[in-house]
Design a protein around this ligand. Structure first.
Ligand code: SF4
Ligand code: FE
Length: 483
């Protein structure tokens, strides 16, 4: 298992092609745009070496029996699933931001379970390849980006009907050594500071979309891979210190548009190639594993938001006001509600034919849908408590200005016992954690709310519920049969 520092050093060996703000980035590891995201991911390595988190952040490999970082583990019990959620909350309580490594973790488990079923039907050997890949990741402790979301073009058209065939990643050539893929993956969380990426389809596919039914793994610095880093709200503040709010770990994960311009992937890293009828299952498995997470990581982030709001109330001299306490209670309630969902879908998990465990899909989707609402409400309440300073605080440069700095400091003070600088720092932290990009991540990360609604309707078993009602109302035969 790598330490945090070993992980950071390992990134220096990569030749990842990255563009940001119109420039090619030569040394991304020390670049202020990427540093917070690297630090957050590094904690997933570092905490594995901390005895107080060892039980959560490490696991025993079912393939080698060796101790591994849990982010490379295949879940083999409901206990594994529950520990995953607890681990995510514990890490988020330290970072206050996304630490990115879960996406590849979820992709790995989704591929592990799905390839077993593909092989059962088609006699292919994808599952063995995935096992080899899992072993490789467990031995090397590499970080993998989960690359699912395609740019998608016209959302009303299937991949093969798009005017531009590259709107979804597809296989453009095959030979005895491997395949060549083309297209792009969007919103790629943590990919800049990953070692590998795992490509998966993003929607259920029909036979005419066969070329798009591709899953494979490749290094992020493979020939033909170009990463274009996305802008975030307030990202120019990464060049300041205090105005960033959470200078060490940033606000969210750091996403990129990753272009795959005819990239070669050897057969041993190809896990699906043409089995279009399994694309839907793979997407669903991945989505549920990732939706499982959100009460964990967003729960941990919310713990900090609650703490920051409570601290602001103290600094403003209103901590004892009953309406403030009510709002803090409400924030805790909303946070624990999303956490309950994550724990519940984990403890109700079941084994798949591969032996690996899968979460309860209905409860996982309910969890994530709650996150799209509760986080906004938690943030709204934090803004209510903190006050207007969140939106109007002068800059760090003004605070440090030889002539006007004293005014910024004097008039930023709340209660006399707290130095103005502490109130400024806490304001910036809260602003950073509850602003634009972080909120949108809660809405659309792990799939947009409509994607959860579709799955909730599918998993919710309405006919069964109607039968229950009809039986009690003695309406029809179906009802009587139930009696
Ligand atoms: Fe992990 Fe949460 Fe970030 Fe997703 S949003 S990668 S679950 S920390
Ligand atoms: Fe996410």
């Amino acid at each position: 298992m790598m330490t945090g520092q070993q992980y950071i050093d390992s990134l220096r060996k990569l030749n990842t092609v990255i563009y940001a703000f119109g420039e090619k980035i030569e040394n991304f590891v020390d670049h202020p745009l990427f540093k917070p995201h690297i630090n957050a991911a590094a904690l997933t390595y570092e905490m594995a070496h901390d005895p107080s988190y060892e039980d959560l952040v490490t696991a025993t490999s079912h393939l080698t029996g060796k101790k591994i970082n849990r982010f490379t583990h295949i879940h083999h019990s409901t206990e594994d699933l529950v520990k995953k959620v607890k681990m995510l909350r514990a890490i988020a309580q330290r970072t206050g931001s996304c630490f990115q490594r879960c996406v590849g973790f979820d992709g790995l488990n989704a591929l592990y379970t799905t390839t077993f079923e593909i092989d059962q039907k088609y006699g292919t050997n994808y599952h063995e390849r995935v096992k080899d890949y899992v072993k490789y990741l467990q031995e090397t402790d590499k970080m993998v980006a989960g690359s699912m979301t395609d740019p998608k073009g016209d959302r009303g058209l299937t991949p093969s009907k798009q005017a531009d065939p590259d709107m979804f990643v597809r296989v453009v050539a095959k030979n005895e050594k491997g395949i060549v893929i083309r297209g792009a993956k969007a919103h790629q969380t943590g990919i800049i500071n990953s070692h590998e990426m795992m490509v998966m389809p993003t929607v259920a596919l029909g036979e005419e979309d066969k070329d798009y039914a591709v899953a494979c793994a490749l290094p992020v610095d493979a020939a033909g891979v170009i990463h274009i880093f996305g802008r975030q709200t307030n990202d120019s503040r990464k060049f300041d210190q205090m105005d960033q709010g959470n200078a060490c770990y940033g606000a969210v994960g750091g996403e990129a548009l990753t272009v795959l311009e005819d990239v070669f992937v050897p057969w041993e890293r190809v896990f699906m190639c043409g089995e279009f009828d399994f694309a839907g299952l793979l997407v669903e498995r991945f989505a549920c594993y990732h939706r499982q997470n959100y009460g964990g990581c967003k729960g941990g982030v919310s713990d900090i938001v609650i703490g920051a709001a409570a601290a602001m109330a103290e600094m403003n001299g209103v901590a004892k006001a009953s309406h403030i306490r009510d709002k803090l209670v409400e924030m805790i309630h909303l946070t624990e509600t999303i956490y309950c969902g994550s724990i519940a879908c984990s403890s109700q998990g079941r084994p798949t034919p591969s032996g690996a465990y899968f979460v309860d899909p209905l409860l996982a989707n309910v969890t994530k849908l709650n996150v799209t609402r509760n986080i906004y409400e938690i943030c709204r309440l934090s803004h209510d408590i903190a006050g207007g300073l969140l939106a109007t605080l002068p800059s760090e440069q003004d605070l440090n200005h030889p002539e006007i700095g004293k005014y910024v400091e004097k008039y930023s003070k709340g209660v006399t016992s707290v130095p103005a600088i502490e109130r400024i720092r806490m304001t910036r932290l809260l602003e950073n954690m509850t602003g634009g990009t972080a909120l949108v991540e809660s809405m659309h990360g792990a799939g947009s709310p409509q994607a959860q609604r579709v799955m909730i309707l599918r998993q919710g078993n309405l006919p069964h519920k109607m039968k229950l009602a009809k039986r009690l109302a003695s309406l029809n035969k179906a009802g009587e049969e139930q009696n």
